[in-house]
Design a protein around this ligand. Structure first.
Ligand SMILES: *Cc1c(COP(=O)(O)O)cnc(C)c1O
Length: 245
């Protein structure tokens, strides 16, 4: 998009968003829900400030970033104008946890007990409660982060750990996040999202005192399937902004 003027960038993003919204409405209908109940997070990792500003001009308010060191400069630069919501969607290194607590509004990828403990500690220091999602790996792929949940027989082992996380006073669980394997055909991710839906129900039954309502699933390539299978938050980058640099 670099060669485009600002207003051309805005127009292009608006056009992409119009297509996405139409598809969201259709997929939500198929899943028996309404598109307005699904939050679109615009993923801006590696994208320059200018592109994010174009996104804001096109109406976007929720942004997802993966790298705290890059994100916090953008968050600072954009503070003040519109009320934006920043979602940390990437794997968190423990030494970056303080930055995450200071700058982000949501954390999607809490993938181990240690990081939950760190988040709680640093959020306590600044006296805030961070909304979080628990990342689970429902595919068994070793390259994926998160609690291993591909084997449904292992689910009872997760209960005590998630209970422990729920007791940290400065973080609050709102649901689950997952990254399925990448296939050439988005239909192939459907069974993984269905397993995630069963896990969500299992956790609702086992730990009813915790809110499990949010499901952060679906990227540019499979968000329609994800919405049909219950996504409440989708995380889209390339389909809004084009290929990343
Ligand atoms: C990059 C990223 C996305 C967005 O991917 P696109 O294919 O650009 O839509 C979503 N979720 C996570 C965790 C990511 O790292």
């Amino acid at each position: 998009m670099i060669e485009l003027s600002f207003s051309e960038k805005v127009a292009l993003i608006e056009e992409n968003l119009a297509t996405i919204k139409t598809r969201m409405v259709k997929s939500a209908e198929k899943g028996g829900r309404e598109a307005k109940d699904i939050k679109l997070v615009a993923v801006t990792k590696l994208l320059p400030l200018e592109t994010i500003k174009a996104g804001i001009a096109a109406g976007l308010r929720d942004f997802g970033e993966n790298y705290p060191e890059q994100a916090y400069e953008k968050i600072r630069a954009l503070a003040g104008d519109e009320k934006l919501t920043w979602h940390m969607i990437g794997h968190i290194q423990s030494r970056k946890t303080r930055t995450v607590c200071s700058y982000f509004d949501w954390v999607h990828a809490v993938d181990r007990l240690k990081i939950a403990r760190y988040l709680d500690r640093y959020c306590a220091e600044i006296n805030r409660i961070m909304p979080i999602l628990i990342e689970v790996n429902v595919s068994g792929e070793e390259s994926k982060h998160g609690w291993n949940a591909w084997d449904e027989n292992s689910w009872p082992d997760l209960v005590a750990q998630f209970k422990e996380i729920s007791l940290f006073p400065h973080i609050k669980i709102h649901g689950l996040m997952s990254m399925p394997p990448f296939f050439d055909d988005p239909e192939k991710t459907r069974p993984f999202y269905q397993r995630l839906g069963r896990l969500q129900q299992f956790l609702k039954d086992q730990l009813p005192e915790i809110s499990w309502d949010e499901l952060s699933i679906g990227t540019s390539f499979d968000y329609e399937v994800a919405i049909e299978e219950g996504a409440t938050i989708i995380r889209l980058g390339t389909t809004i902004f084009g290929a990343r640099p």
